[in-house]
Ligand binder design. Structure first.
Ligand code: FE2
Length: 271
């Protein structure tokens, strides 16, 4: 009897949850699905409470010669850790302390002014870097090559080609090169699942509202590239363009394709 009630309750809860997903706006639904995929990939974007530094999914030297071990070590162990420490400091004792990272980013507009900048920069930095590590892999061992399947088709449709002159790679590199100062270049699925190349300043994220991400830059991240000098200066000095060229050798297209497929599935559900 008690088992039956439990099962009935479980079904009711599932129905409510499914209804909530179906009723959600399309973009929110796509983001939820993407966050679920990030979680499956080992990144708990929904982690609540104190944030902790996720381990790199490969050795510090695994991306060489394209990204050197010392850069990876400093970038992950010090820069990413600093974002986490500062995020935890800013969140401590606030109503946001027990919220998941994606929810915190979604509530920025109503965050008190004395906390807003610290939360925007440091929770943003934590989420962006967590994604970045997972979107790369050693060359030939999950990294490099070209997108395949539905993602390849969608890239061709949106940008003309993947690697031909003026195609996706050139357009992405141009956006990444032109980001003035520090920030990120992204391939995102925007409203309706449309693929776009965008850039965010500092540690702003496409997961934030457009007011913070920038005009047209809100959406679900499919691929991201850190163009802060701390990501490349030791090896490439002032030659950001060379770092961007090297990045293609370590892109984890399998993971990007998973995110794209999940996002598209969510958009289908939301129709
Ligand atoms: Fe960085």
């Amino acid at each position: 009897m008690s088992n039956q009630i439990t099962r009935r309750q479980a079904i009711a809860l599932t129905t409510v949850a499914a209804g909530a997903v179906l009723a959600a706006p399309r973009l929110a639904s796509a983001r939820s699905r993407a966050i679920g995929l990030w979680r499956e990939a080992g990144l708990d974007l929904q982690q609540a409470g104190e944030f902790t530094l996720p381990p790199l999914p490969y050795a510090n030297n695994a991306l060489e010669p394209h990204i050197d071990a010392e850069t990876m070590e400093i970038h992950h162990d010090r820069h990413h850790k600093a974002y986490i420490d500062n995020a935890n400091k800013a969140l401590a004792g606030t109503q946001y302390a027990d919220m998941t990272s994606d929810r915190i980013l979604g509530l920025l507009d109503e965050t008190p002014d004395d906390k807003k900048t610290a939360i925007r920069n440091n929770v943003g930095g934590h989420v962006n870097h967590s994604m970045f590590w997972l979107l790369m892999a050693p060359t030939g061992k999950g990294g490099g090559g070209e997108p395949t399947g539905a993602l390849a088709d969608a890239i061709k449709q949106a940008f003309g080609s993947y690697g031909d002159k003026g195609g996706f790679k050139d357009q992405f590199a141009e956006v990444a090169t032109k980001r003035f100062g520090s920030g990120w270049a992204w391939l995102i699925a925007g409203d309706g699942g449309k693929l776009k190349i965008v850039s965010t300043a500092n540690q702003d994220s496409p997961l934030m509202a457009e007011k913070f991400a920038g005009p047209g830059a809100a959406g679900t991240p499919i691929l991201g590239l850190d163009v802060w000098e701390h990501a490349y200066y030791l090896k490439y000095r002032n030659k950001r363009a060379d770092y961007i060229t090297a990045f293609w050798n370590v892109v984890n297209w399998t993971r990007a394709a998973q995110l794209h497929t999940g996002t598209m599935g969510a958009h289908e559900i939301g129709k």
